[in-house]
Each structure stands twice: as structure tokens, then as C-alpha cells.
Design a protein. Structure first.
Length: 439
């Protein structure tokens, strides 16, 4: 369920099969593309479970967008620009899981070394990796505000960008800012933007050229970490950074996730209160999310309430999905829990946040989550062979069955980050949570 992944339902719940659509022999590329667009629209019409959230029935946006794509395809004479056009069309429909699936063999990942976040209603540098801002140009500093991107005012650029789809305004902006740090491009594309205009706290404005570096497979980033942050008050921090744990070869590894989860449980064994940091977690495997829930809650607990799209049958009922930890799974039961979230928490991260927020005595801090969740099925398109990912489930949280898609998990305590906090390295979300815990 993570970004750029085709995730198939698990544990026996209803699901469509991955489908390979039949091929025909069109006379021209334009004929092939027209037929493929018709197929893609038909798949979206049949399977897109979250369409009512994103498509107003009085404004047939889906049909209009696909018609615009048909018109554009009539003048396309190569597959490459068609792929970009289809990616853009799906992006404009506003569902983070309705998208083309990245093929590692056909795409390259790039990294700029700069991290951005929103604070005081500005887009600011939150972190600069070693090597970012090479040569004699000015060095971006934490707290510096982003003013323009390739000469376009940053607000206008954020509204215009549609490289990766997002399900809500906060999700789209988070993805847009993330694309300034890391992005995946097709082989025929180059990473953009090339130049940024920034402003110091003093008001001084300066420009830099982004130095994009193609990423090569390397050591996997830790997916779970833990530490005691207040031994006297017995407060521990559990960081769950992703639900896609990977081995050194870059393959998804459930065993690595469980190993790191077990190590975290030992580190936090003496804690009385655990702060669970889910910020920036893009989601991934529900399997991993459930194991984290089982460690924190213990016993049988509700993972989510969901409804699966069945296009050839009556609308299905909302059902409870439970998780029961297996014997030998790591456990941290008996701890008081606080949870940190933001708009970077998406997909199965939101399911975990929702499951924890429904538990008695748990307080959620930060900012509203992405509002982008839905188990997906991948359909292979007949002429280009591209994989079209479509969300086929709806998910709900709380006693009122509030939908997560298009809404997100709203924190109990909203924390607004200040530019000055980022400049001096203060984690406002964590500080607010710690103050309340200690009091």
C-alpha cells in the first residue's frame, strides 16, 4: 500500500486478481493509445472505491480528464510523452493511490540533499544533507524560507506540480515538498526543478542550483528505532519510519522489520510511557503495521473498519478487521501511549494511527495525517504495459465511522511549528507531548 507500490490484500479478505488485459493489433500508435485510454477509464470506473470522496457527481471530472487525455494523445507520436500525460491525468484526479506504479527497471531515483517543511505559513529548509549546495554558492541553513522555484513563486509552483498524486491538500503539499528532496523519474526524464530562491531570517535573498544525484542501491535505512529520552520519568521514544523494511539488496523484508521491532521492545522495556513517532511514515505493508499495533496494544484489537469495492455485485458492508499477535511477537503492553503524526503519515501508517487513537488513554499530537489510504490492485494496460494502481477499499476510524481517505486522522492536540524552532533544532511536537506527559 505504500507510495509507488502495488499492494495485494492479505489474510483471505476479498480481492480482485491482478489482471492482464488482452492485446490487439491496432494499425497506428494513436489507435493503440486511444484503446488503452478507454481501457484505463473503464478500470477506474469499475474499481475506484474512493471515487465518491474525490469526484462530485454533478461535475463529471473523471470523464472530462480522460477526454482531455484522448485529445492530447491524438498528437503524440512516441510512448514517452504519453506516459507522462497519463501520469498527469491520474494525478489530477486527486487520490494518492490512483496512479502508475513505478518500475525500478524503467525509473531512476534522484536525491538533492535538501529537506523542506512548513512552519509559520512558510516553506522552510528543515535539514541540509552533507554535500548539498556545492561549489561557491550560498549554503542553505535550517529555517531559510523558500521563495521561488525555477523563477515561479513557491505557492504557485506547489499548486501546479502534479508529479505524484495526493489525496488531500496537506498530502499534496507534503509530496511536492518531498519531491524537492527525492523524486523518481522515467529514463527519458531529468529531475526538476533546477534552481531555488531562498531567504535568510535577516531578509537577505539568495539563489542556489540544485545538485541532483542519481541514487544507487546501498545500505537500507532503519525502519524502526527506539531510545529512552527521559530515564527519570521513564519516557521512551519509538520511531516507526516506514512499513516497507528492506534488506541490503533493496527487497522488502518482513524479517528485518520484526527484528528491529523486537530490538525496540527491549530498549523500551523499562519505560512507563512511550511516545510513538509516526511522522513522515509513508506507509507500506499492512502486515508490518499490524505487528507494530500488536506490540503496542497486545491481545486482539481492531486494525481498521473497511469496505471493499465489488463492481459486479451489491455494495459490500463495512467490516471490522482484527489483529491477534502471535506467540513470541514482541510486546510493550502496559505502557501509556502518545502518538505523533503529520501529513507525511499516509496509507498503512494512518491505519496504525487510527487504531492507536481509538484506544483509551491515547493522545495524538501534531498535524492532520495525509488522508490517503486504500488497498490497491494493479492492472496492466494492454499496449504500453504500464501498471495502473487502483484503490479498491475504503477505510474508516472511530465510533462514527469517519472515512480516512480525503480527511485524515485529526490529532487531539494540534501543534503549529515555528520557523524559529526549526532554526535552533527544537522538535515542537515532541516537546508539547513531553510537557503534557510530565504534568
Amino acid at each position: 500500500m505504500g507510495t509507488g507500490q502495488a499492494h495485494i490484500a492479505e489474510e483471505g479478505r476479498p480481492q480482485p486478481d491482478k489482471t492482464v488485459l488482452p492485446r490487439t493489433s491496432p494499425r497506428t500508435l494513436q489507435d493503440a493509445l486511444q484503446k488503452e485510454i478507454e481501457t484505463a477509464e473503464h478500470i477506474v470506473e469499475l474499481w475506484w472505491a474512493s471515487r465518491p470522496v474525490h469526484d462530485d457527481a454533478s461535475d463529471p471530472r473523471v470523464a472530462r480528464r480522460f477526454q482531455e487525455l484522448r485529445d492530447q494523445a491524438r498528437s503524440i507520436d512516441r510512448p514517452a510523452p504519453y506516459t507522462e500525460a497519463l501520469r498527469f491525468t491520474l494525478c489530477t484526479l486527486g487520490d494518492g493511490h490512483l496512479r502508475l506504479v513505478d518500475d525500478p527497471a524503467e525509473t531512476t531515483e534522484y536525491f538533492s540533499g535538501l529537506h523542506f517543511a512548513r512552519a509559520d505559513d512558510k516553506i522552510i529548509v528543515s535539514k541540509r544533507s552533507v554535500g548539498a549546495g556545492k561549489g561557491g554558492q550560498a549554503k542553505p541553513l535550517p529555517g531559510d524560507a523558500l521563495v521561488a522555484v525555477d523563477g515561479t513563486p513557491v505557492a504557485e509552483w506547489l499548486d501546479r506540480l502534479c508529479l505524484v498524486p495526493g489525496s488531500t491538500a496537506q498530502h499534496r503539499q507534503t509530496l511536492a515538498l518531498a519531491s524537492l528532496r527525492h523524486q523518481s523519474r522515467y529514463a527519458h526524464e531529468q529531475p526538476t526543478p533546477r534552481a531555488l530562491t531562498l531567504q535568510r531570517a535577516s531578509g537577505e535573498t539568495y539563489g542556489i542550483d540544485l545538485d541532483w544525484t542519481a541514487l544507487r542501491p546501498g545500505a537500507p535505512v532503519p525502519c524502526v528505532g527506539a531510545k529512552m529520552i527521559d530515564s527519570k520519568a521513564k519516557i521512551g521514544l519509538l520511531e516507526v519510519r516506514t512499513m516497507w523494511c528492506r534488506d541490503p539488496a533493496g527487497n522488502t523484508s518482513d524479517a528485518r522489520f520484526m527484528t528491529q521491532l523486537a530490538t525496540a521492545a527491549k530498549t523500551l522495556k523499562k519505560a512507563k510511557h512511550v511516545v510513538v513517532d509516526l511522522r513522515g511514515n509513508p506507509g507500506g505493508s499492512e502486515w508490518a503495521g499490524k505487528r507494530a499495533l500488536g506490540m503496542l496494544r497486545g491481545g486482539r484489537s481492531t486494525w481498521t473498519r473497511e469496505r471493499t469495492r465489488h463492481p459486479y455485485a451489491a455494495t459490500s458492508e463495512i467490516v471490522d478487521v482484527y489483529h491477534q499477535p502471535a506467540p513470541g511477537d514482541p510486546t510493550l503492553t502496559g505502557k501509556r501511549l502518545s502518538v505523533l503524526v503529520d501529513a507525511g503519515c499516509a496509507d498503512s501508517c494512518e491505519l496504525l494511527a487510527g487504531a492507536l487513537s481509538s484506544a483509551e488513554g491515547v493522545t495524538v499530537y501534531g498535524r492532520t495525517t495525509a488522508g490517503s489510504v486504500g488497498r490497491t490492485v494493479a492492472f496492466r494496460l494492454p499496449y504500453t504495459g504500464l501498471l495502473l494502481s487502483v484503490p479498491v477499499t475504503e477505510h474508516f476510524v472511530g465510533r462514527d465511522d469517519a472515512p480516512i481517505e480525503g480527511r485524515g486522522i485529526v490529532p487531539d492536540v494540534k501543534v503549529v511549528r515555528a520557523r524559529s524552532d526549526v532554526r535552533v533544532g527544537v522538535d515542537a511536537d515532541l516537546e508539547v507531548a513531553l510537557e503534557r506527559i510530565r504534568n
